[in-house]
Design a protein around this ligand. Structure first.
Ligand code: 4AD
Ligand code: MG
Length: 445
């Protein structure tokens, strides 16, 4: 008798005969022994073949298998402190094996390949242990997002991907041919969610989002996933409380469920353990002062240049990076200048040049992971903003309607999935967080 198991459950089967179906990562012969590292998509473990047990023919066949050959292996699970794997410390003493395919000349070997080569082979690179770990973390982050919001009574609702007009600025729209008309891929579901909350009170959409950003930074994708909660009867202060609980829950759950993967990624989890609400809150005004103080204090001329800023400017990556280094957990920056934010943000009472926006910046230099705000609730103020931004008024009539029939204070935010995963995994580039990333210079595979 043998039980088919996923490798991730191997610890529960010590002393039992099991079967594992997977792929060969590599193997090392040592006399009569062959140490095979086997992965099955749920984990990795060492399978040890012993020539006298398997016979010469099968042993030789296994020994000659190339990297990524597919096979089925049965044997007894043993605990072994020194055995590598995820989870670590187990091995299978092979009693039977069946080769499905002997693969030869797998292009990705343990040596160093350039990242462009690896990205060209993304369909294969995904099998590598770091990429595997990142995708598992990504899935857990998604699950944590959904469970948190569902648990708080939010209704999950889907917003259109094909849209007639801009929401976050006209310069980053992807145009599509829509029969005889022009349409655009959605930059956000927010405007629709503002309609949805008037029907359902608290909602969120979670799906792909598109930005034709001509930026080649470590933080930008052309296609990414955003979760967008929107809440009726909610002001900026309540919004921040929701965001800090949300982000703490996501990080906490990932630490609890993906410890093996984070260890494999060599992520120092100490900074993540600090991610507990409440988070510090600073105004845009204070943030500018802090950036200028860092700029004064540095003797790195390049950094001085990068940190140049005047009141009214948006923060770039260098500003956010330096600012977040001053805090041991994510930091809220609220009250940005109206001119650098989207048209729909509620003006600050008594200070129309400032809006009730809030960005959440992740620590360790990661920067913005959430953008959000309280929304305009007055139809006339909104109409004036639409005109100021020279947006096509007719397309926004329905949006203004929301302020005509039972307008209420309301707020919402968008969290970028990939930026959040990059931060939690401690990655140097956002493209690693997407199985098949779309960037300014990559559309394949
Ligand atoms: O700050 P953004 O543009 O906000 C909105 O779109 C609002 N309508 C959201 C809302 O209030 N419902 O984007 C929100 C987040 C960013 O903080 C970032 O995490 C992510 O989406 N994001 C990107 N991630 C990867 N690549 C890009 N090009 C991104 N642009 C935004
Ligand atoms: Mg933003």
């Amino acid at each position: 008798m043998t039980t088919l198991i996923p490798i991730e459950r191997i610890a529960a089967h010590v002393g039992e005969r099991v079967t594992v179906r997977g792929w060969l990562q590599d193997s090392t012969p040592k006399g009569k022994l062959l140490f095979m590292r086997l992965r099955d998509g749920t984990g990795m473990t060492q399978a040890v073949a012993y020539r006298p047990e398997l016979g010469d023919e099968l042993f030789e066949q296994l020994k000659r298998l190339g990297q990524e050959s597919s096979l089925i292996v049965s044997g007894t699970v043993k605990a072994n402190d020194r055995a590598p794997g995820v989870p670590r410390g187990y091995e299978i003493a092979v009693e039977a094996a069946e080769v499905l395919q002997d693969a030869q000349d797998y292009p990705i070997t343990p040596k160093d390949h350039g990242v462009e080569f690896l990205m060209d082979n993304r369909h294969l690179w995904l099998r590598s242990s770091r990429q595997w770990a990142i995708m598992r973390v990504r899935a857990t982050v998604k699950r944590a997002i959904i469970d948190f919001l569902d648990g708080r009574g939010f209704v999950n609702i889907d917003t259109p991907i094909i849209t007639p007009s801009a929401a976050e600025g006209t310069s980053t729209l992807f145009e599509v041919a829509y029969f005889e008309e022009k349409a655009y891929l959605a930059q956000t579901g927010q405007l629709y969610n503002e309609a949805n909350i008037m029907a359902l009170n608290k909602v969120y959409c979670f799906g792909p989002t598109f930005r034709a950003e001509k930026s080649k930074t470590r933080r930008h994708l052309a296609e990414f996933w955003m979760v967008e909660p929107e809440i009726a009867f909610c002001d900026l202060e309540e919004l921040m409380r929701l965001e800090e609980e949300f982000v703490s829950a996501i990080v906490g759950r990932t630490l609890a469920e993906r410890a093996n993967e984070l260890e494999l990624l060599e992520r120092d989890v100490t900074p993540l353990q600090n991610v507990v609400a409440p988070f510090p809150r600073i105004s845009y005004d204070e943030a500018v002062q802090r950036v200028l103080a860092i700029r004064e204090a540095t003797d790195d001329p390049e950094l001085r240049d990068e940190l140049a800023i005047e009141w009214g400017d948006d923060f770039g990556s260098p500003h956010e990076t330096e600012l977040t280094k001053q805090f041991d957990r994510p930091v809220f920056v609220y009250g940005y200048p109206t001119q650098v934010k989207a048209f729909y943000m509620e003006p600050w009472p008594g200070r129309p040049e400032v809006c009730k926006s809030v960005d959440l910046l992740a620590p360790e230099g990661y920067g913005e992971i959430i953008g959000g705000s309280e929304r305009m609730s007055d139809p006339d103020v909104l109409l004036a903003a639409i005109r100021r931004h020279e947006l096509p008024e007719a397309n926004y009539q329905w949006y203004i309607d929301l302020r005509r029939f039972g307008s209420v204070p309301h707020s919402g935010f968008g969290l970028g999935l990939e930026r959040t995963v990059a931060w939690i995994c401690g990655l140097e580039h956002i493209r690693m967080t997407s199985p098949f990333p779309r960037t300014l210079n990559r559309l394949t595979p």
